[in-house]
Design a protein around this ligand. Structure first.
Ligand code: KG4
Ligand code: ZN
Length: 393
């Protein structure tokens, strides 16, 4: 089969992305225009500003993606775009542009679920194509995919048959997503935005056992006593087991710690000092962080990581999966990756992550997820709509 070159476009939140991917795996280009500087003063994404920034960036970003890939508008085989979930106005920018391109160029148009994109980011590679292709051919199903980002903490069972990927949601957060908890805690501590990468870099400098945090325990039957291969999967499927998460409690616990330890004056001083710097570096943030803060950050991250890993591995056991995928912005977290590798490794469960750069929002993952749909000729008509609350099935 000849290679297929898909131009992917992503604009669901605060990154404008365009990428060209060869046959679902080879990243020829991956351009991401980040809006961090725009939203930083507000400590979170402002939807109206996001749409405006996407409008500004979309044309040059697509042009650059084609140029870096050595492709042209005419040479690509299809155009893929994120349909949802995400901010409606932001999604519309990418969708309108993708529709216009597909119409003018008479190319097939493929609509992709952003969450499916995150899952397919695991299959992407930037070098050693042949080697990774054979690795992908060895993927064993069912796959359990944890998508852990700013908007989602979701567990999916994934199956693949004749280029058709199907998903079943077996767990999700009941309140805040994990990335949201990182961002809110960083904001609360006056550390800046977005919080995940900052906490990731600060945590190794603190003592992760200094403060005891409890993540909420969601009741679900404990299957730990069941060994793999003893038909547990069938039982789990029949029971329809849920493996849910909850992260608003730990955020409140951090707030309570801040209040009881009277950390507010120091936090306010740090916030003001960082605002004065404009675009602070990690060294600036670290220089403004005392030991107690570093211990707090390290303890928070450790609780988050432990909870994500313990619950995901419990689900992997209950459903007797053969492979684990961990993707989404929080999958860039170093401690999360190391802990998953260690703990899943102890159970003999292969775990795959995207590269750290492809864990956060990008368009290469959208082009990757579009490839099986391209093979199935699953194209959309010009009247398809953005779906801000789109579910993954
Ligand atoms: O996947 P993503 O780019 O956008 C969404 O689809 O939400 O994820 C963004 C989220 C943010 O909450 C950000 O703080 C978090 O991912 N994040 C991280 C790290 N890098 C990004 N969280 C923890 N550690 C990181 N290194
Ligand atoms: Zn995302």
């Amino acid at each position: 089969m000849p290679d297929a070159y898909i131009l992917g476009i992503e604009s669901s939140c605060d990154e404008t992305g365009a990428a060209v991917v060869r046959s679902g795996q080879g990243v020829l280009s991956n351009i991401v225009a980040s809006q961090i500087a725009t939203h930083q003063p507000y400590g979170g994404v402002v939807p109206e500003l996001a749409s405006r920034e996407h409008l500004r960036a979309i044309v040059p970003v697509v042009r650059q993606a084609l140029a870096e890939a050595g492709q042209t508008y005419q040479s690509v085989d299809a155009i893929a775009v994120t349909q949802g979930p995400g901010l409606a106005g932001a999604l519309l920018v990418g969708i309108s542009y993708a529709k216009a391109l597909a119409f003018a160029l008479e190319k097939p148009l493929i609509a992709v679920n952003h969450l499916e994109g995150h899952i397919h980011a695991v299959l992407l590679h930037q070098r050693k194509m042949e080697q990774r292709q054979s690795e992908n051919a060895d993927l064993h199903f069912p796959v359990l995919a944890l998508v852990v980002s700013g908007g989602h903490t979701h567990l999916y069972l994934a199956q693949l048959q004749e280029n058709l990927w199907t998903y079943r949601n077996i767990g999700h957060t009941r309140d805040d997503a994990a990335g949201e908890a990182f961002d809110k805690v960083a904001k609360l501590l006056g550390l800046g935005y977005p919080g995940g990468p900052i906490i990731d870099r600060l945590a190794p400098h603190g003592d992760p056992h200094a403060v005891k945090f409890q993540t909420s325990q969601i009741k679900h039957p404990d299957r730990r006593d069941h060994k793999r291969g003893d038909h547990t999967q069938h039982r789990a499927e029949e029971d329809g087991l849920q493996f849910d998460f909850s992260y608003s409690g730990i955020k409140t616990a951090v707030l309570r710690y801040v209040e009881t330890e009277n950390l507010k004056p120091a936090i306010e001083a740090r916030r003001q000092a960082l605002a004065g710097i404009g675009t602070p570096t990690l060294e600036d943030v670290r220089g403004l962080s005392d030991r107690q803060l570093l211990n707090l950050v390290a303890s928070f991250q450790r609780s988050m990581v432990d909870d994500l890993v313990v619950k995901t591995l419990a689900a992997a056991r209950a459903y007797d999966v053969r492979t684990l995928f961990v993707s989404g912005g929080v999958a860039a977290n170093r401690e999360l990756r190391a802990t998953f590798e260690r703990e899943a490794g102890m159970e003999g469960l292969p775990v795959f992550f995207p590269s750290r750069a492809l864990s956060t929002d990008n368009a290469a993952m959208i082009a990757a997820a579009a490839f099986p749909k391209f093979l199935r000729r699953e194209f959309v008509a010009m009247d398809f709509c953005a779906d801000a609350g789109m579910a993954l099935r």
